[in-house]
Design a protein around this ligand. Structure first.
Ligand SMILES: [Ca+2]
Ligand SMILES: [Ca+2]
Length: 216
């Protein structure tokens, strides 16, 4: 199953952390979640301390939003916080019951060959059979991203073999385009990723070996 969105020219904003003051101690920064807070919640960015800062991640039982690291309590369960869409977003396909693009650019997709849905990181995600399932999106000019592109995807692979595509846009003969996919045997170690750009039929690849863990 896959839950993916695509955007370009992302510039991450600098994060200004709050100043936290406690008796006898002034800190320039709060302590990030996951670090030892010594029993003092006032030092935590999340203001939650149980040995380490922030003890109620997504999925934990909660009684109020203040209980949750994300600050979101939905029906008694902490839910993951969602990031704000970055500038220059081209498409965002959350996979929640349809293949629509919620970026506002109307790069809506169509479910192909039996693609369905399954529980995802946030709500539902696309579920692919690994044979011929896919989402196709008609061409629009805003998909021609020029020299820079950023892809952010939540992927839950059921197998680590080669050629399982996360996103791609290329000509039928691979003369031009790109693909972001799993890399595996016989082309590399199973569980790797590669980004390939095709220019005039020549492949240019960047790989990250052993980037994926097998599904338990
Ligand atoms: Ca979703
Ligand atoms: Ca199918």
């Amino acid at each position: 199953m896959i839950n993916w969105k695509i955007f370009i020219l992302v510039i991450l904003p600098l994060v200004t952390l709050p100043v936290v003051a406690t008796p006898g101690l002034v800190r320039a920064q709060c302590i990030p979640n996951g670090t030892d807070c010594g029993g003092n919640s006032a030092l935590c960015c999340s203001q939650l301390c149980s040995g380490t800062c922030c003890s109620l991640p997504g999925g934990s039982s909660c009684t109020s939003a203040a209980d949750c690291c994300s600050g979101l309590c939905d029906g008694g369960v902490c839910v993951a916080s969602c990031v704000s869409p970055p500038a220059d977003l081209v498409g965002w396909w959350p996979g929640d019951g349809n293949a629509n693009d919620i970026s506002g650019n109307f790069n809506n997709g169509t479910l192909q060959n039996g693609t369905t849905f399954a529980p995802g990181e946030v709500g539902q995600a696309f579920s692919f059979d690994g044979v011929d399932d896919q989402i196709t999106v008609p061409h629009q000019a805003d998909q021609n991203t020029g020299s820079q592109i950023t892809v952010d995807a939540w992927v839950y692979p059921a197998a680590l073999s080669h050629g399982r595509t996360i996103i791609q846009k290329r000509s039928a003969s691979n003369v031009g385009g790109f693909t972001f996919e799993q890399l595996g045997q016989p082309f590399g170690p199973d569980g790797s990723l590669q980004w390939v750009i095709m220019i005039g039929g020549v492949y240019h690849a960047a790989t990250a070996t052993n980037a994926l863990e097998p599904v338990p």
